[in-house]
Ligand binder design. Structure first.
Ligand code: HEC
Ligand code: HEC
Length: 468
Protein backbone atom coordinates (compact mmCIF):
# COMPACT_ATOMS: atom_id res chain seq x y z
CA UNK A 1 0.00 0.00 0.00
CA UNK A 2 1.33 3.42 -0.87
CA UNK A 3 2.04 5.56 2.10
CA UNK A 4 -0.43 8.39 2.27
CA UNK A 5 0.78 11.82 3.49
CA UNK A 6 -1.46 12.94 6.39
CA UNK A 7 -2.45 16.12 4.52
CA UNK A 8 -3.78 14.16 1.75
CA UNK A 9 -6.22 12.42 4.03
CA UNK A 10 -8.11 15.65 4.82
CA UNK A 11 -11.36 15.64 2.92
CA UNK A 12 -11.58 18.26 0.30
CA UNK A 13 -12.90 21.61 1.51
CA UNK A 14 -12.01 20.97 5.14
CA UNK A 15 -9.73 23.41 7.00
CA UNK A 16 -6.34 22.12 8.02
CA UNK A 17 -5.77 21.55 11.70
CA UNK A 18 -2.81 23.46 13.17
CA UNK A 19 0.08 21.22 13.94
CA UNK A 20 -0.11 19.94 17.53
CA UNK A 21 2.82 20.78 19.76
CA UNK A 22 3.25 20.01 23.42
CA UNK A 23 3.64 23.36 25.18
CA UNK A 24 4.59 22.01 28.61
CA UNK A 25 7.71 20.17 27.72
CA UNK A 26 9.68 18.53 30.54
CA UNK A 27 12.07 21.47 30.36
CA UNK A 28 9.34 24.08 30.79
CA UNK A 29 7.75 22.05 33.59
CA UNK A 30 11.12 21.74 35.33
CA UNK A 31 12.04 25.39 35.06
CA UNK A 32 8.52 26.49 36.00
CA UNK A 33 8.45 24.21 39.01
CA UNK A 34 11.78 25.51 40.25
CA UNK A 35 10.64 29.07 39.69
CA UNK A 36 7.46 28.50 41.69
CA UNK A 37 9.44 26.83 44.50
CA UNK A 38 12.06 29.54 44.76
CA UNK A 39 9.46 32.30 44.58
CA UNK A 40 7.80 30.80 47.63
CA UNK A 41 11.14 30.34 49.38
CA UNK A 42 12.12 33.90 48.55
CA UNK A 43 8.88 35.31 49.94
CA UNK A 44 8.62 33.11 52.99
CA UNK A 45 12.28 32.72 53.95
CA UNK A 46 14.64 35.11 52.22
CA UNK A 47 12.52 38.23 52.30
CA UNK A 48 11.64 38.12 56.00
CA UNK A 49 15.23 37.33 56.98
CA UNK A 50 16.49 40.33 55.05
CA UNK A 51 13.70 42.80 55.68
CA UNK A 52 12.05 41.82 59.00
CA UNK A 53 13.98 43.74 61.59
CA UNK A 54 11.72 44.45 64.55
CA UNK A 55 13.05 46.77 67.22
CA UNK A 56 14.27 45.16 70.43
CA UNK A 57 11.39 44.40 72.81
CA UNK A 58 11.38 46.09 76.20
CA UNK A 59 12.36 42.76 77.79
CA UNK A 60 15.29 42.06 75.45
CA UNK A 61 18.81 41.89 76.84
CA UNK A 62 22.05 41.10 75.02
CA UNK A 63 24.17 38.08 75.93
CA UNK A 64 27.36 38.35 77.98
CA UNK A 65 30.51 36.99 76.35
CA UNK A 66 30.48 33.76 78.37
CA UNK A 67 26.81 33.19 77.47
CA UNK A 68 27.60 33.57 73.76
CA UNK A 69 30.18 30.80 74.13
CA UNK A 70 27.50 28.71 75.81
CA UNK A 71 25.09 29.47 73.00
CA UNK A 72 27.59 28.14 70.49
CA UNK A 73 27.89 24.92 72.49
CA UNK A 74 24.10 24.74 72.64
CA UNK A 75 23.96 24.99 68.83
CA UNK A 76 26.91 22.63 68.16
CA UNK A 77 25.53 19.90 70.38
CA UNK A 78 22.05 19.94 68.97
CA UNK A 79 20.33 20.95 72.20
CA UNK A 80 17.85 22.93 70.09
CA UNK A 81 16.62 19.70 68.57
CA UNK A 82 14.85 18.81 71.82
CA UNK A 83 14.50 22.30 73.30
CA UNK A 84 12.68 25.12 71.55
CA UNK A 85 13.55 28.68 72.45
CA UNK A 86 10.23 30.51 72.16
CA UNK A 87 6.91 30.10 73.88
CA UNK A 88 3.68 30.37 71.93
CA UNK A 89 0.15 31.27 72.99
CA UNK A 90 -0.81 27.59 72.79
CA UNK A 91 1.85 26.76 75.40
CA UNK A 92 -0.30 28.38 78.07
CA UNK A 93 -1.04 25.73 80.72
CA UNK A 94 1.65 23.43 79.32
CA UNK A 95 4.68 25.43 80.30
CA UNK A 96 7.23 24.08 82.74
CA UNK A 97 6.87 26.67 85.46
CA UNK A 98 4.38 29.29 84.38
CA UNK A 99 0.69 28.69 84.01
CA UNK A 100 0.75 31.75 81.77
CA UNK A 101 4.25 31.97 80.37
CA UNK A 102 5.66 35.04 78.79
CA UNK A 103 4.75 34.68 75.10
CA UNK A 104 7.82 35.33 72.96
CA UNK A 105 7.85 38.51 70.87
CA UNK A 106 9.82 39.00 67.65
CA UNK A 107 11.80 41.76 69.41
CA UNK A 108 13.03 39.25 72.03
CA UNK A 109 15.31 37.80 69.35
CA UNK A 110 17.10 40.99 68.41
CA UNK A 111 20.83 40.92 67.69
CA UNK A 112 22.96 38.33 69.36
CA UNK A 113 20.26 35.67 69.72
CA UNK A 114 19.71 35.64 66.00
CA UNK A 115 22.58 33.86 64.42
CA UNK A 116 22.61 30.95 64.41
CA UNK A 117 18.91 30.96 65.03
CA UNK A 118 18.09 28.83 68.08
CA UNK A 119 14.31 28.81 67.98
CA UNK A 120 14.48 25.04 67.88
CA UNK A 121 12.64 22.36 65.99
CA UNK A 122 11.00 19.95 68.42
CA UNK A 123 9.68 20.02 71.93
CA UNK A 124 10.84 16.66 73.21
CA UNK A 125 12.11 18.55 76.24
CA UNK A 126 10.64 21.70 77.76
CA UNK A 127 10.89 25.07 76.03
CA UNK A 128 13.95 26.80 77.47
CA UNK A 129 13.20 30.39 76.46
CA UNK A 130 12.29 31.18 80.10
CA UNK A 131 14.72 28.79 81.81
CA UNK A 132 16.86 31.56 83.34
CA UNK A 133 16.84 31.65 87.13
CA UNK A 134 14.41 28.79 87.75
CA UNK A 135 17.19 26.69 89.21
CA UNK A 136 20.47 27.70 90.82
CA UNK A 137 23.73 26.87 89.01
CA UNK A 138 24.44 23.82 91.19
CA UNK A 139 21.17 22.21 90.08
CA UNK A 140 22.16 22.85 86.44
CA UNK A 141 25.59 21.24 86.96
CA UNK A 142 24.17 18.05 88.48
CA UNK A 143 21.47 17.96 85.79
CA UNK A 144 23.96 18.31 82.93
CA UNK A 145 26.24 15.66 84.41
CA UNK A 146 23.35 13.22 84.43
CA UNK A 147 19.73 14.42 84.25
CA UNK A 148 18.61 11.29 86.17
CA UNK A 149 20.53 12.64 89.19
CA UNK A 150 17.88 15.29 89.73
CA UNK A 151 14.92 13.89 87.81
CA UNK A 152 14.92 10.07 87.90
CA UNK A 153 12.37 9.95 85.05
CA UNK A 154 14.25 12.25 82.64
CA UNK A 155 15.02 11.10 79.10
CA UNK A 156 17.57 13.84 78.41
CA UNK A 157 20.98 12.39 77.48
CA UNK A 158 23.75 12.67 80.08
CA UNK A 159 26.43 15.22 79.23
CA UNK A 160 29.15 13.93 81.56
CA UNK A 161 31.53 12.87 78.80
CA UNK A 162 30.72 15.74 76.44
CA UNK A 163 31.88 18.90 78.19
CA UNK A 164 34.89 20.21 80.11
CA UNK A 165 34.35 22.05 83.40
CA UNK A 166 34.76 25.35 81.57
CA UNK A 167 32.22 24.42 78.90
CA UNK A 168 29.62 23.39 81.47
CA UNK A 169 29.93 26.80 83.09
CA UNK A 170 29.52 28.46 79.67
CA UNK A 171 26.44 26.39 78.91
CA UNK A 172 24.97 27.29 82.30
CA UNK A 173 25.66 30.98 81.68
CA UNK A 174 23.69 30.70 78.46
CA UNK A 175 20.64 29.02 79.98
CA UNK A 176 20.73 31.44 82.94
CA UNK A 177 21.01 34.59 80.81
CA UNK A 178 19.02 33.83 77.66
CA UNK A 179 15.58 34.89 78.92
CA UNK A 180 15.83 38.66 78.61
CA UNK A 181 15.49 41.09 81.49
CA UNK A 182 12.81 39.13 83.33
CA UNK A 183 15.18 36.14 83.26
CA UNK A 184 18.10 38.21 84.53
CA UNK A 185 15.87 39.42 87.36
CA UNK A 186 15.03 35.82 88.31
CA UNK A 187 18.68 34.80 88.05
CA UNK A 188 19.70 37.75 90.23
CA UNK A 189 17.14 36.60 92.79
CA UNK A 190 18.51 33.06 92.60
CA UNK A 191 22.12 34.27 93.08
CA UNK A 192 21.15 36.39 96.08
CA UNK A 193 19.12 33.55 97.59
CA UNK A 194 22.12 31.22 97.14
CA UNK A 195 24.28 33.68 99.04
CA UNK A 196 21.70 33.79 101.84
CA UNK A 197 21.32 29.99 102.01
CA UNK A 198 25.03 29.12 102.14
CA UNK A 199 25.99 32.00 104.43
CA UNK A 200 23.23 31.27 106.87
CA UNK A 201 23.79 27.50 106.98
CA UNK A 202 27.62 27.71 106.90
CA UNK A 203 28.45 26.11 103.54
CA UNK A 204 31.18 26.79 100.98
CA UNK A 205 30.08 27.76 97.47
CA UNK A 206 29.27 24.64 95.41
CA UNK A 207 32.03 23.11 93.20
CA UNK A 208 32.14 24.39 89.60
CA UNK A 209 31.86 22.44 86.35
CA UNK A 210 31.60 18.70 86.88
CA UNK A 211 34.03 18.83 89.82
CA UNK A 212 31.10 18.04 92.10
CA UNK A 213 31.17 14.41 91.04
CA UNK A 214 34.50 13.89 92.84
CA UNK A 215 33.71 16.22 95.72
CA UNK A 216 32.65 15.26 99.23
CA UNK A 217 29.09 16.08 100.24
CA UNK A 218 29.41 19.29 102.23
CA UNK A 219 28.61 19.55 105.89
CA UNK A 220 27.36 22.83 107.29
CA UNK A 221 29.31 24.66 109.95
CA UNK A 222 27.61 25.54 113.24
CA UNK A 223 26.59 29.17 113.07
CA UNK A 224 26.12 31.48 116.00
CA UNK A 225 22.45 32.37 116.35
CA UNK A 226 21.99 36.12 116.88
CA UNK A 227 20.55 37.00 120.30
CA UNK A 228 16.78 37.13 120.49
CA UNK A 229 16.34 35.36 117.18
CA UNK A 230 14.96 31.91 116.38
CA UNK A 231 17.63 29.68 114.80
CA UNK A 232 15.35 28.77 111.89
CA UNK A 233 14.21 32.36 111.32
CA UNK A 234 16.17 32.83 108.05
CA UNK A 235 14.84 29.50 106.73
CA UNK A 236 11.30 30.43 107.70
CA UNK A 237 11.68 33.71 105.81
CA UNK A 238 11.49 31.60 102.64
CA UNK A 239 8.17 29.97 103.61
CA UNK A 240 4.89 31.89 103.55
CA UNK A 241 3.98 32.64 107.18
CA UNK A 242 0.53 31.11 106.94
CA UNK A 243 2.14 27.68 106.44
CA UNK A 244 4.41 27.75 109.52
CA UNK A 245 1.87 26.03 111.77
CA UNK A 246 -0.29 24.36 109.11
CA UNK A 247 -1.20 20.70 109.56
CA UNK A 248 -1.55 18.03 106.87
CA UNK A 249 -5.18 17.92 105.69
CA UNK A 250 -4.94 14.23 104.72
CA UNK A 251 -5.32 11.45 107.28
CA UNK A 252 -2.33 9.23 108.02
CA UNK A 253 -3.46 6.06 106.25
CA UNK A 254 -1.49 3.22 104.72
CA UNK A 255 -2.80 4.22 101.28
CA UNK A 256 -1.68 7.83 101.57
CA UNK A 257 1.72 6.81 102.93
CA UNK A 258 2.25 4.25 100.19
CA UNK A 259 1.41 6.75 97.46
CA UNK A 260 3.78 9.20 99.20
CA UNK A 261 6.55 6.61 99.08
CA UNK A 262 5.93 6.07 95.36
CA UNK A 263 6.18 9.81 94.68
CA UNK A 264 9.38 9.98 96.73
CA UNK A 265 10.96 7.09 94.80
CA UNK A 266 9.95 8.59 91.45
CA UNK A 267 10.96 12.20 92.07
CA UNK A 268 13.12 12.78 95.09
CA UNK A 269 15.76 10.05 95.46
CA UNK A 270 18.30 11.57 93.03
CA UNK A 271 18.94 14.31 95.57
CA UNK A 272 17.55 13.13 98.92
CA UNK A 273 18.93 9.64 98.30
CA UNK A 274 17.37 6.18 98.16
CA UNK A 275 17.80 6.06 101.95
CA UNK A 276 16.41 9.56 102.47
CA UNK A 277 19.64 10.66 104.15
CA UNK A 278 20.33 13.49 101.69
CA UNK A 279 23.12 11.54 100.00
CA UNK A 280 21.68 10.97 96.52
CA UNK A 281 24.04 11.00 93.51
CA UNK A 282 23.42 14.74 92.93
CA UNK A 283 24.23 15.73 96.51
CA UNK A 284 27.99 16.32 96.09
CA UNK A 285 27.27 18.97 93.43
CA UNK A 286 25.17 21.00 95.81
CA UNK A 287 25.51 23.65 98.49
CA UNK A 288 23.46 23.43 100.58
CA UNK A 289 23.16 19.68 99.97
CA UNK A 290 19.71 18.06 100.04
CA UNK A 291 17.98 17.67 103.40
CA UNK A 292 18.52 14.52 105.46
CA UNK A 293 15.15 13.07 106.53
CA UNK A 294 16.44 10.24 108.72
CA UNK A 295 16.51 12.09 112.05
CA UNK A 296 13.46 11.46 114.23
CA UNK A 297 14.39 14.52 116.22
CA UNK A 298 14.13 16.80 113.16
CA UNK A 299 10.88 15.14 112.14
CA UNK A 300 9.16 15.76 115.47
CA UNK A 301 10.68 18.95 116.67
CA UNK A 302 12.49 21.09 114.07
CA UNK A 303 11.64 24.77 113.87
CA UNK A 304 11.04 24.61 110.10
CA UNK A 305 10.04 20.97 109.62
CA UNK A 306 6.29 21.17 110.23
CA UNK A 307 3.98 19.61 107.60
CA UNK A 308 3.05 23.07 106.31
CA UNK A 309 6.74 24.02 105.93
CA UNK A 310 7.47 20.83 104.00
CA UNK A 311 4.39 21.30 101.85
CA UNK A 312 5.40 24.85 100.94
CA UNK A 313 8.97 23.81 100.12
CA UNK A 314 7.78 21.10 97.76
CA UNK A 315 5.04 23.26 96.22
CA UNK A 316 7.21 26.29 95.49
CA UNK A 317 10.80 25.06 95.77
CA UNK A 318 13.45 26.69 97.92
CA UNK A 319 15.14 29.48 95.95
CA UNK A 320 18.90 29.52 96.49
CA UNK A 321 18.95 25.75 97.01
CA UNK A 322 18.53 22.99 94.44
CA UNK A 323 15.14 22.10 95.96
CA UNK A 324 12.77 22.15 93.02
CA UNK A 325 9.35 23.65 92.54
CA UNK A 326 6.94 20.72 92.08
CA UNK A 327 3.79 22.85 92.02
CA UNK A 328 3.22 22.35 88.29
CA UNK A 329 4.10 18.65 88.31
CA UNK A 330 2.55 17.02 91.38
CA UNK A 331 -1.08 17.25 92.44
CA UNK A 332 -1.85 19.07 95.68
CA UNK A 333 -2.86 15.80 97.37
CA UNK A 334 0.26 14.02 96.18
CA UNK A 335 2.38 16.76 97.75
CA UNK A 336 0.54 16.35 101.07
CA UNK A 337 0.99 12.56 100.75
CA UNK A 338 4.74 12.79 100.21
CA UNK A 339 4.88 15.14 103.22
CA UNK A 340 3.18 12.41 105.28
CA UNK A 341 5.61 9.83 103.97
CA UNK A 342 8.75 11.92 104.61
CA UNK A 343 7.80 11.95 108.29
CA UNK A 344 8.00 8.13 108.40
CA UNK A 345 11.53 7.90 106.93
CA UNK A 346 13.30 7.82 110.34
CA UNK A 347 11.44 4.52 110.91
CA UNK A 348 13.16 2.92 107.90
CA UNK A 349 10.14 2.97 105.61
CA UNK A 350 12.33 3.52 102.54
CA UNK A 351 13.63 -0.03 102.79
CA UNK A 352 12.68 -2.28 99.90
CA UNK A 353 9.41 -4.11 100.26
CA UNK A 354 8.46 -2.16 103.37
CA UNK A 355 4.95 -0.73 103.35
CA UNK A 356 4.85 2.43 105.49
CA UNK A 357 2.23 2.17 108.20
CA UNK A 358 0.45 4.82 110.26
CA UNK A 359 2.47 3.77 113.34
CA UNK A 360 5.66 4.88 111.53
CA UNK A 361 4.40 8.46 111.23
CA UNK A 362 6.21 10.92 113.49
CA UNK A 363 3.95 13.69 114.76
CA UNK A 364 5.46 17.17 114.64
CA UNK A 365 4.99 19.61 117.50
CA UNK A 366 5.98 23.27 117.45
CA UNK A 367 8.49 24.19 120.18
CA UNK A 368 7.88 26.96 122.73
CA UNK A 369 10.52 29.09 120.99
CA UNK A 370 8.84 28.66 117.63
CA UNK A 371 5.42 29.56 119.03
CA UNK A 372 6.90 32.72 120.55
CA UNK A 373 8.55 33.62 117.22
CA UNK A 374 5.35 32.98 115.30
CA UNK A 375 3.37 35.09 117.77
CA UNK A 376 5.81 37.95 117.22
CA UNK A 377 5.76 37.57 113.40
CA UNK A 378 2.23 36.64 112.40
CA UNK A 379 0.78 40.07 112.98
CA UNK A 380 -2.14 40.35 110.64
CA UNK A 381 -1.89 44.08 109.87
CA UNK A 382 1.66 43.61 108.59
CA UNK A 383 0.71 40.65 106.42
CA UNK A 384 1.92 41.40 102.90
CA UNK A 385 -1.24 39.86 101.42
CA UNK A 386 -3.49 42.38 103.15
CA UNK A 387 -1.74 45.49 101.87
CA UNK A 388 -4.12 47.15 99.45
CA UNK A 389 -1.59 48.92 97.27
CA UNK A 390 -0.10 46.43 94.80
CA UNK A 391 3.68 46.25 94.70
CA UNK A 392 4.95 47.45 91.32
CA UNK A 393 8.71 47.63 91.88
CA UNK A 394 10.04 44.50 90.11
CA UNK A 395 12.97 44.14 92.53
CA UNK A 396 10.58 44.14 95.48
CA UNK A 397 8.31 41.68 93.66
CA UNK A 398 11.27 39.35 93.19
CA UNK A 399 12.34 39.78 96.83
CA UNK A 400 8.80 38.84 97.90
CA UNK A 401 8.83 35.79 95.65
CA UNK A 402 12.05 34.55 97.23
CA UNK A 403 11.25 35.56 100.82
CA UNK A 404 7.49 35.01 101.09
CA UNK A 405 7.84 34.65 104.86
CA UNK A 406 9.03 38.21 105.40
CA UNK A 407 6.49 40.88 106.20
CA UNK A 408 7.31 44.44 105.10
CA UNK A 409 8.47 45.44 108.61
CA UNK A 410 10.53 42.30 109.38
CA UNK A 411 14.24 42.68 109.92
CA UNK A 412 16.77 40.24 111.35
CA UNK A 413 20.25 38.78 110.78
CA UNK A 414 21.63 35.79 108.96
CA UNK A 415 23.04 33.26 111.43
CA UNK A 416 26.75 33.71 112.17
CA UNK A 417 26.88 37.19 110.59
CA UNK A 418 25.78 40.73 111.13
CA UNK A 419 24.24 40.76 107.67
CA UNK A 420 20.67 42.07 107.90
CA UNK A 421 17.76 40.49 106.10
CA UNK A 422 14.60 42.39 105.29
CA UNK A 423 12.56 42.74 102.12
CA UNK A 424 14.21 46.12 101.47
CA UNK A 425 17.71 44.65 101.90
CA UNK A 426 16.84 41.78 99.57
CA UNK A 427 15.30 44.03 96.90
CA UNK A 428 18.35 46.29 97.00
CA UNK A 429 20.79 43.37 96.67
CA UNK A 430 18.78 41.80 93.84
CA UNK A 431 18.75 45.13 92.03
CA UNK A 432 22.54 45.46 92.32
CA UNK A 433 23.11 41.95 90.96
CA UNK A 434 20.59 42.51 88.15
CA UNK A 435 22.19 45.77 87.07
CA UNK A 436 25.64 44.22 87.17
CA UNK A 437 24.51 41.32 84.95
CA UNK A 438 22.77 43.66 82.49
CA UNK A 439 25.63 46.19 82.32
CA UNK A 440 28.18 43.47 81.73
CA UNK A 441 26.09 41.96 78.95
CA UNK A 442 25.77 45.37 77.25
CA UNK A 443 29.50 46.05 77.57
CA UNK A 444 30.32 42.62 76.09
CA UNK A 445 27.86 43.11 73.22
CA UNK A 446 29.39 46.52 72.50
CA UNK A 447 32.88 45.02 72.49
CA UNK A 448 31.69 42.37 70.00
CA UNK A 449 30.47 45.18 67.71
CA UNK A 450 26.90 43.91 68.10
CA UNK A 451 23.97 45.89 66.77
CA UNK A 452 22.36 47.43 69.86
CA UNK A 453 19.08 49.26 70.44
CA UNK A 454 19.20 52.84 71.79
CA UNK A 455 20.70 53.05 75.30
CA UNK A 456 17.28 53.91 76.83
CA UNK A 457 16.12 50.35 76.20
CA UNK A 458 18.48 49.24 78.96
CA UNK A 459 16.77 51.48 81.49
CA UNK A 460 13.27 50.05 80.99
CA UNK A 461 12.76 48.06 84.20
CA UNK A 462 12.30 44.29 84.00
CA UNK A 463 8.93 42.67 84.51
CA UNK A 464 8.03 39.65 86.60
CA UNK A 465 5.86 37.62 84.23
CA UNK A 466 3.44 34.80 84.96
CA UNK A 467 3.32 33.21 88.33
CA UNK A 468 3.60 35.87 90.99
C1 HEC B 1 16.72 13.86 73.53
C2 HEC B 1 16.21 15.15 73.84
C3 HEC B 1 17.09 16.12 74.62
C4 HEC B 1 18.32 16.62 74.26
C5 HEC B 1 19.19 16.28 73.06
C6 HEC B 1 18.65 17.60 75.27
N1 HEC B 1 17.66 17.67 76.21
FE1 HEC B 1 17.57 18.92 77.77
N2 HEC B 1 15.86 18.04 78.44
C7 HEC B 1 15.18 17.05 77.76
C8 HEC B 1 14.04 16.64 78.57
C9 HEC B 1 13.04 15.57 78.22
C10 HEC B 1 14.07 17.44 79.73
C11 HEC B 1 13.06 17.39 80.92
C12 HEC B 1 13.51 16.40 81.96
C13 HEC B 1 14.72 16.87 82.71
O1 HEC B 1 14.65 17.86 83.45
O2 HEC B 1 15.80 16.27 82.56
C14 HEC B 1 15.22 18.32 79.60
C15 HEC B 1 15.58 19.29 80.53
C16 HEC B 1 16.55 20.26 80.32
C17 HEC B 1 16.79 21.38 81.18
C18 HEC B 1 16.07 21.67 82.47
C19 HEC B 1 14.73 22.27 82.31
C20 HEC B 1 14.13 22.50 83.68
O3 HEC B 1 14.19 23.63 84.18
O4 HEC B 1 13.63 21.55 84.29
C21 HEC B 1 17.85 22.08 80.65
C22 HEC B 1 18.47 23.36 81.20
C23 HEC B 1 18.27 21.38 79.47
N3 HEC B 1 17.46 20.29 79.29
C24 HEC B 1 19.32 21.78 78.66
C25 HEC B 1 19.82 21.02 77.60
C26 HEC B 1 21.05 21.31 76.89
C27 HEC B 1 21.95 22.49 77.15
C28 HEC B 1 21.20 20.32 75.96
C29 HEC B 1 22.36 20.13 75.00
C30 HEC B 1 23.67 20.00 75.58
C31 HEC B 1 20.05 19.44 76.07
N4 HEC B 1 19.24 19.88 77.08
C32 HEC B 1 19.82 18.35 75.25
C33 HEC B 1 15.51 16.52 76.55
C34 HEC B 1 16.68 16.77 75.85
C1 HEC C 1 17.51 18.58 92.61
C2 HEC C 1 17.63 18.11 93.95
C3 HEC C 1 16.38 17.90 94.76
C4 HEC C 1 15.24 17.22 94.41
C5 HEC C 1 14.93 16.50 93.11
C6 HEC C 1 14.38 17.29 95.55
N1 HEC C 1 14.97 18.00 96.55
FE1 HEC C 1 14.14 18.45 98.33
N2 HEC C 1 15.76 19.60 98.81
C7 HEC C 1 16.89 19.72 98.04
C8 HEC C 1 17.80 20.64 98.66
C9 HEC C 1 19.16 21.05 98.12
C10 HEC C 1 17.16 21.09 99.85
C11 HEC C 1 17.67 22.16 100.79
C12 HEC C 1 18.30 21.64 102.01
C13 HEC C 1 18.76 22.78 102.90
O1 HEC C 1 18.83 23.93 102.50
O2 HEC C 1 19.06 22.46 104.03
C14 HEC C 1 15.88 20.40 99.90
C15 HEC C 1 14.95 20.57 100.91
C16 HEC C 1 13.77 19.86 101.00
C17 HEC C 1 12.81 19.98 102.07
C18 HEC C 1 12.94 20.90 103.26
C19 HEC C 1 13.59 20.20 104.36
C20 HEC C 1 13.72 21.03 105.59
O3 HEC C 1 14.30 20.50 106.54
O4 HEC C 1 13.28 22.17 105.61
C21 HEC C 1 11.80 19.11 101.82
C22 HEC C 1 10.58 18.83 102.66
C23 HEC C 1 12.12 18.43 100.58
N3 HEC C 1 13.32 18.92 100.10
C24 HEC C 1 11.35 17.45 100.02
C25 HEC C 1 11.54 16.96 98.74
C26 HEC C 1 10.63 16.06 98.08
C27 HEC C 1 9.40 15.45 98.70
C28 HEC C 1 11.12 15.86 96.83
C29 HEC C 1 10.52 15.06 95.72
C30 HEC C 1 9.14 15.33 95.40
C31 HEC C 1 12.35 16.63 96.72
N4 HEC C 1 12.56 17.27 97.90
C32 HEC C 1 13.13 16.68 95.60
C33 HEC C 1 17.13 19.11 96.82
C34 HEC C 1 16.19 18.38 96.11
Amino acid sequence: MNSIEPDERIPRGWARRPRERMLITPLVAGVGGLLAFFTVVAIVVWLPIHTFDPPASSDWAPLAKVAVKGRNLFAQNGCYVCHSGYSRPQDVRHALYFLYPKISQPGDFFGSDQSPNLLGTERTGPDLSQEAGWHPDDWQRAHFYDPRFVDPMSLMPAMKSLFSDRQVEELISFVQMRSGKSGLLRYAGQLYAKHVAITNQGFQPPPVGFKGVHAKIQEGADRKVPAGQLEEAPNLSQIDRSYWLAGDPLPVTEGNLLRGKQVFLERCVGCHGPKGNGKGPAASFMAPPPADFTSADDACCGGDTGPGDFYYRILRGWPGTAMENFGERLSVDDIWRVVLFVKTIPNHTLRRDVIPEPKDYIVWQPSKELLAWVASRQKLPSNADFVKKPVTDPFMQEAMRIFPGLAPGDRFFLNGTTEPLSLDDAAKAIRTIYEDLLNRAWADAKARGEKLPPEEQKLIPPEVPGQQ
